[in-house]
Design a protein around this ligand. Structure first.
Ligand code: TXA
Ligand code: MG
Length: 316
């Protein structure tokens, strides 16, 4: 076990906040996945995040804040943003909003865009850390770029050991897929990445929203838009009725012959929480590929299918 992993008690959180203020990199739990945090106002810390993950610098980062007042200090919140904040924050929703004049977030974090992605995570450790650090914290998922996202402290250590200063262990993540990214810089709100808050939940509040088409000309607007992402080492085959010889089968619902099952009862929230850990567990040399049973496309199924499609996408 990595010597960088600390159980997230008061002392460890205070130490992590100090490291963040000093420009260090700290992995911390959120309700979605573990984040690789750095001080969003420091160019060097933000550059360190991109380097640690080997992430293309045109993919902007989310700034994490402890409360709406801290968010409103960075970005212009229109009435839609206020409504969504009231209903879904803290929670797995990221809003892309216009940067305020004088906003201290590093331009590197927003990849030079005039918008910033912001979210308030629903995790007691994340909120305590953000309050103590008292700076916006840029945090992508704490894994090497393109790979499977981490939902435990051990996953973070497996991928990034030696490239960060500290890992706060808050146990496994409850939601298991990343936040929904919603762009509010457009007249109609645009879903850039499906995630923990469902399209149905958003549309119940906002009316119809637009869906991003997927592949922009000037690089992706959201890295979730990359064809290959969230990929284990083995090939992934989707909509599988049964495993072929040598394949592991990741099941959903009643699925005799499944090597592992995302949710035997067919519960999408349970499946999302298990998704990344089970992809990792099946990523073994004694299998030739990971076959995945069909998963419904409503509710959290939209985010699960999005991650699986990219896990199965053509590799670069
Ligand atoms: O659940 C989550 O969102 C996790 C936890 C750690 O909070 N974080 C996460 O970060 O998934 P990351 O970097 O893996 O994904 C950030 C997403 C990307 O799709 C990125 O393109 C998009 O947010 N994004 C960030 N800033 C943006 C901006 N200004 N305009 C459009 N998209 C933006
Ligand atoms: Mg990620």
């Amino acid at each position: 076990m990595s010597s960088l992993i600390f159980s997230a008690d008061e002392t460890a959180i205070a130490r992590a906040a100090h490291l963040l203020r000093q420009g260090g990199l700290v992995a911390f739990p959120t309700e979605t996945v573990y984040g690789l945090g750095g001080n969003a106002t420091q160019d060097r810390a933000v550059a360190g995040i991109f380097a640690a993950k080997n992430r293309p610098s045109f993919n902007p980062l989310i700034s994490h804040l402890p409360d709406v007042a801290a968010v409103a200090a960075l970005v212009e919140m229109d009435p839609r943003a206020r409504l969504l904040a009231e209903r879904f924050w803290p929670g797995p929703l990221t809003l892309v909003l216009p940067r305020r004049a004088g906003c201290p977030v590093s331009l590197l974090a927003s990849a030079g865009l005039d918008s910033i992605a912001v979210r308030i995570p629903a995790h007691p450790v994340a909120l305590a850390l953000l309050r103590a650090a008292a700076c916006p914290v840029a945090a992508p998922s704490a894994n090497p770029s393109g790979g499977v996202s981490p939902t435990t402290a051990a996953h973070v250590a497996q991928g990034l050991d030696g490239r960060l200063d500290m890992i706060l262990d808050g146990g496994p993540c409850a939601v298991g897929v990343e936040s929904t990214v919603l762009d509010l810089c457009t007249a109609t709100a645009t879903l850039l990445r499906p995630g923990g808050i469902t399209r149905e939940q958003l549309e119940a509040l906002l009316g119809p929203i637009a869906l991003a088409d997927g592949h922009g000309e000037d690089g992706p607007k959201s890295p979730g838009m990359l064809a290959s992402h969230y990929a284990p080492g083995l090939p992934v085959r989707l909509e599988a009725a049964a495993p072929r010889p040598g394949e592991a089968l990741l099941g959903f619902g009643p699925c005799p012959g499944a090597t592992l099952n995302l949710s035997e009862s067919g519960d999408l929230a349970e499946a999302a929480a298990h998704l990344f850990a089970m992809l990792r567990a099946l990523d073994r040399a004694d299998f030739s590929a990971i076959a995945v049973a069909p998963i419904p496309r409503h509710g959290l199924g939209l985010a699960i299918n999005d991650r699986l499609r990219r896990a199965a996408g053509p590799r670069g």
